[in-house]
Design a binder for this molecule. Sequence first.
Ligand SMILES: Nc1ncnc2c1ncn2[C@@H]1O[C@H](COP(=O)(O)OP(=O)(O)OP(=O)(O)O)[C@@H](O)[C@H]1O
Ligand SMILES: [Mg+2]
Length: 300
Amino acid sequence: MDPCLAVSARHIRHQFADFLALNDVSFEVERGQTMALLGHNGAGKSTLIKILLGLLKPSGGEVIVLGEQHSGQRADLKIGYLPENVSFYDKLTGKEILSYFAALKGIGKKRVSQLIEEFGLEYAQDRALKTYSKGMKQRLGFAQAILSEPELLLLDEPTVGLDPVASQFLYGKIAELKLQGCGVIVCTHELSLIENNIDIALILAKGESLAKGSLSQLRQNSGLKTRLTSANLATWVAQQPRLAAYYADDALQLDAESKPEVLQLLMSDCQAFDFSIKEPALAEIYHFYMGQCAQLEVVS
Ligand SMILES: Nc1ncnc2c1ncn2[C@@H]1O[C@H](COP(=O)(O)OP(=O)(O)OP(=O)(O)O)[C@@H](O)[C@H]1O
Ligand SMILES: [Mg+2]
């Protein structure tokens, strides 16, 4: 396996009794790269994460994680995991929980105190977990996941229950880990939040890979247009008739090919500089692919 890869998954299939939860899913995540794992409820995201972690053995296909072939349960230091529903023994205090995981992994107390401080949990570290709010538990769960400074981080809906500042802090931490070469897979429904924090995305639908690639690749393959708007747009279109072909819905609708030409026309022929450009958001891209999947079902 390429040493730059954190994960290589090929033709993954997983069956729960007679239900096919994953079918022929392949993807790669490089070290230092973040992949968003997206899809509807029940698409197979958590199942895929559990397979990468070694909690589930796939019914078919090949998984190589940090250069090692899948070999059952991983009590591996190098993989950090935040489960979908964080649940620790709730009579223990936050500090006791982190200390327990640190001891299991042979990590010193200093790291525990450092994380408690970084995650703003000092004031509650000696309180039993049952007194923690949802967001506090989530922060503790994330601290647990990164205790060992992992080389692969698997996060299953990490920002559920987090306030906006805590979410931003979490993505800041992910950025730090990425710089250290950690590969990150984030499973989430919070598309606007993750949009600026990922390198690639894999969209699953009904256990199958619907689309994958960088945001710009997904954008381009979808054919969704970039919107250029301005208060002066109608005047410019009247001034330069070649712009009319792109004018619809109070905007110039551009694709990767037409964008340079149109910008050139606007700036040279209309002396236009006060406009704004909006690329299709991840949410639009996601809905586009999900819509395609629904259409295919209607046709077949
Ligand atoms: N242990 C299991 N036994 C049987 N079916 C299961 C099991 N775990 C998951 N499934 C089924 O597999 C499918 C995928 O589930 P999974 O939890 O991976 O979805 P998900 O994409 O994570 O969804 P969500 O966004 O709701 O978390 C679902 O139809 C689910 O009911
Ligand atoms: Mg899930």
